[in-house]
Design a protein around this ligand. Structure first.
Ligand code: ZN
Length: 240
């Protein structure tokens, strides 16, 4: 058994295709999606369809929520707001219903998945430091929880205290808890433009970060052609 754990696709079809191709090459048997399938980039409907066809566990992201409702967008930054308004016009009623029905938190085998935090998942708080991670750990009942939302891969480990480690190859050790950010497929924000996702090998107790080249030029052209803000195309290349 081998898992591909990925999220924050944000309607970037080219990046999603690269991730799924890499996962297949690594003989992945199970897929798990951390949400934010839509928002920012130019292929929301296509990405929803691909994730639906995987028939895998998916949790809801804040962009999935906002794109599937008609609520006003107070609290979103202007760039995200423009993209959400555009995304709402691209999604079918069925796409929106599917997004609305996604759960906030799920347990998959022996691990948990959530988009933002376990302490208040519906508030979409960001885990940026050990203090934020400590609050989430209080609600974590499995040894590993995977999450997304910040678009920056890293792992928090709770032992006697909570520490942060750079995510590369992470060996899961008995007696410790892990809160692991799998990075973003479609809009990385850690200064690296390459699409990010994680492989999880339960038998080897190993989490492995993957970074992949993809056809970023096509993704950028589509953003511009769709009339979405130029800055959304530019930021892909900057990884922020
Ligand atoms: Zn996101």
């Amino acid at each position: 058994m081998r898992f591909a754990i990925f999220g924050d696709i944000h309607a970037n079809l080219e990046a999603l295709q690269a991730v799924l191709k890499d996962a297949e090459a690594h003989e992945v048997t199970h897929y798990v999606c951390m949400g934010d399938v839509v928002g920012y980039n130019a292929n929301p409907h296509e990405c929803v369809k691909i994730i639906q066809d995987l028939e895998c566990p998916v949790v809801k992201g804040n962009h999935d929520e906002m794109a599937s409702l008609e609520d006003d967008l107070t609290g979103f930054n202007p760039l995200a707001e423009e993209a959400i308004n555009w995304t709402r016009q691209q999604l079918t009623p069925e796409d929106k219903q599917w997004l609305r029905d996604l759960k906030m938190v799920r347990q998959v085998r022996d691990f948990t998945i959530v988009h933002a935090t376990l302490d208040t998942p519906h508030k979409w708080g960001y885990v940026f430091n050990q203090l934020d991670a400590a609050a989430s750990f209080n609600y974590q009942h499995t040894q590993i929880c995977f999450y997304g939302h910040t678009h920056a891969p890293r792992a928090y480990i709770r032992d006697s205290s909570v520490k942060t480690v750079v995510l590369d190859k992470l060996q899961i050790e008995p007696g410790k808890k892990y809160f692991v950010n799998v990075g973003s497929v479609g809009q990385p924000r850690d200064g690296d433009w390459h699409a990010a996702y994680c492989l999880y090998h339960p038998e080897r107790q190993l989490v492995e970060l993957r970074r992949l080249e993809y056809d970023i030029w096509t993704a950028q052209d589509k953003i511009v052609d769709a009339g979405l803000p130029q800055r959304l195309a530019d930021r892909l290349a900057l990884g922020k």
